[in-house]
Design a protein around this ligand. Sequence first.
Ligand code: ATP
Length: 507
Amino acid sequence: MKNSEKIFECKNITVSFGAIKALQNISVAFERGKIHAVVGQNGAGKTTFARVVAGLIKPTKGEMVINNTPMLGGNVEKTRLAGVELVHQSFALPPSFTVAEAMQFGAPTGGLFTKRKLEKTWQKHLDRLDINVKASMKIKDLPVETQQAVEIARALVSDAKFLILDEPTAVLSPETTEKLFDRIRKLQKNGVTIILVLHKLKEVLKIADTVTVLRGGKLVQSPTDCANIDRKKLSEMIIGENSSKQLQNDKIDQNKSHISDQMVLKMNGISTVKDVEGARLDNIDFQVASGEIVGIAGIEGNGQRTLVRSIAYLVGIEKGEIFLNNLNVTKNSHLERRAIGLRIIPFERNVEGLSLSASLWENWSIRKYLQSPIFSFIKPEIDKKNCDEALKKWNVKCSSVEQLAGSLSGGNAQKVILSREMDENARLIIAAQPTRGLDIGATDFVWKSLRKAKNNGCRIILISSDLDEIFDISDRVVVFLSGKIVGEFMPPFDIKEIGAAMIGAEI
Ligand code: ATP
């Protein structure tokens, strides 16, 4: 590659966080005008790499040339001037802002504007990028894919030439992922170079021109043409050949479940008030039997979150009754429900699942104190030991149980929640997007763990925007639309029928 063809080149980039080496001696170059995927297991260093390129982290060692400008890193302003923008893994738009205000917030030039002028200016920018949203709308009222499109629009305010998207598909449904890919291809045609951090290999092979693999902070594969690689080879590179064989053998381990008639969850005619996200449940009759995994399909925002919140006692019930393990718990608190075996893997791990400023062991042990009687003594040494064992079992990459939850990689943070919620006393597990942001090895481990829990008599509600995931492990699929159950399906699942139910169409 000639110098002019490279948009980015780095030599010996190393990033250390205390004892953790997040990146080790990375030397790599990316060609201009292409879509480059960066892949690797959870904790491999992908986000750290993206943040180094975007100027958010100054490497401990090494040098870079970005868009013909030599840099030592750690200077966002200089990096943005060189035409680089990053769209973060977790969205950073202020929820109470309007789209126009959020766009102005990230704009390089300030000034005095009237509200109307601001909206008019940014509406033009959004229209030019084919983003179908009104600049006057509030961020918090937008569906997740529109929020992401606005994030991208904001990144393109200053005519970026090099755009990095960190796990952009993790929060998207398959249909909205397609739309994002169309948008990315259009940007590429307009001369933008793109780095995509991705987990799903199917997506890598669909969208990217090249793929780069990181493992344990090291570069194991420089940008390779996707045309010369297949899924099997790629997964071997990501997890190492030996681990890959183990994964395939493990897949055979699926015992038959021993289904009994005993219901664990019974919702009789449940209607709720309007939830914070705007949806309400409307006369829901729903049961989950022992040894059953029920998949919930639906376009985001159709009551799935309210379903979780109603079972968790976090939204007002207008009418109906909820039974857990044959007990009427309609008026029981969240903690009382936990004490009889309710476990939740929440939608938003950083908000609902973890306290980011607390240590891993505190985050992990909290469940014990939530589920036990009021007078229980905190025993840090025992808690730390138990936490350490659980995190090792789940292969969480961390320096020690004292590490703050906020400094874990996204996938490892999710594994901490899974290790906490999927304990032996769980009777009903609600798994909301349980594999979001997880690498292929960890995803496989979650699926196996859910199946194992089911075989041990646990009941599982799986909510996912990934229909493949739902079809793969559910015994039954229920479709939500506008807060109502509009369809119930048994295997073999027909994607056309379920897809039609999701949008309220007849087929
Ligand atoms: P994922 O797929 O789970 O998002 P990743 O490949 O993006 O993972 P990074 O987020 O780059 O991984 O993390 C790489 C390693 O660096 C992890 O072990 C993580 O715990 C560690 N790390 C990242 N940021 C910090 C920080 N601020 N302080 C301490 N350790 C950190």
